[in-house]
Design a protein around this ligand. Sequence first.
Ligand SMILES: Nc1nc2c(ncn2[C@@H]2O[C@H](COP(=O)(O)OP(=O)(O)OP(=O)(O)O)[C@@H](O)[C@H]2O)c(=O)[nH]1
Length: 403
Amino acid sequence: MQLEVIGVGGAGGRIADAIAAADARGAEDGATPSFVGTAYAFDTDGEAVTALESIPVARRHRYGETIENGLEGNLQEGFATGEEYADELSRQLDAGQPSIADAFLVCVGLGGATGGGTVPALVSNFQRLYDAPVYVLATLPARSELEESADDRLEPRAGGGNATPDREDVRQVRPFAEENAVRTLDRLDGLADAVLCFDNDAWVRDSERLHDVRDRLNADLATRVQAFFAAVADDAGGTPQAESVVDASDVRRILGSETAVATIGYGSQQVETGGGSRFGLGIFASREHVDTGEAVRAVETVIGKALRGRLTLDCEPQAAERALLLVGGPPAWLNRQAIADGRSRLESETGSAAILTGDAPRPEGESVFAVVVLAGVGSTPRLEALREGTRPLENRRGRERDS
Ligand SMILES: Nc1nc2c(ncn2[C@@H]2O[C@H](COP(=O)(O)OP(=O)(O)OP(=O)(O)O)[C@@H](O)[C@H]2O)c(=O)[nH]1
């Protein structure tokens, strides 16, 4: 499946960059089919786009030249900027092949103003211009961002003890991040076909600051995005030897077109492939004999990890209206019965009959993996808490407006 990947704002750009990097690595070592058509990064912050590594410079676009260093959390300004620049940004996609994309994946960190402000107008434009679905990949803010910690205040500065926070530190404290996130989600309602969520709060450990670990988080997220979309067949002939092919229209059915929230689970395990891989010997891996019991255990293990490990957004499987299971790896390891059992397990854990299963043979692969996509998960505890946390403020504003 081919995606146009568009990162907007600081987080969006970095996540799109991490996805582009994963795609390039997969294509280079021949283990994973490429799934990124063209990747773009759009930001009001010139420094942030300059710092990217994998998206070609010509596909990075700084907009809003009069805005000096990003919008620093002012979402109202963000929405106005988004409306103003959506056409300019949409035109950037003419450099790629948007008309043949199977879908658009718009990446954004909810909580800021640039990405959260621009993405609704951009998604609306894409819906008008193209037939393919527009999925939003959105991070939810970490609670630790909401206020400055004592550590931040006391942290010694290089060159001698000045506790005045620099610009980067100031931007790590986002008191309105949750409120902004909810407002952007509300704006996306009815515009995006689906919203794939990644909850920063659940992925940052207590002792860590998001800023310090964001590359790790982005790489983890990119791994999941790649495992999912690269396992979906292209129109151009399907995944080689897949017994059960899932294509872009199946993904469309699972993710839906009504801005359903989706979450991704992932598990992988290295397996013995008889030494073949990079140098074209991988074909032997697909032919070699693999002990059936071992193959069954590997498939069961990765499906268990995908279902019971950490999801990109925590939820109970039974909250899902629809679900997709993709199992990939060296063909000899893809035990059909174990995959069928995984499907039954997914059916019973979600209680949903709307389940699709596919396999993704990777002759050059050295691990077995499973991706579970739970879609239509509704209001998860985390999303509810976000909305609850921001409600008093909204009510207060409502009352202020009314008075
Ligand atoms: N996973 C992840 N989350 C990030 C990253 N950077 C920022 N975030 C999250 O995304 C939210 C928005 O931050 P940015 O994307 O930098 O903000 P922006 O859209 O550029 O908007 P302004 O800085 O307000 O102009 C933050 O509140 C964080 O929760 C990142 O690299 N990875």
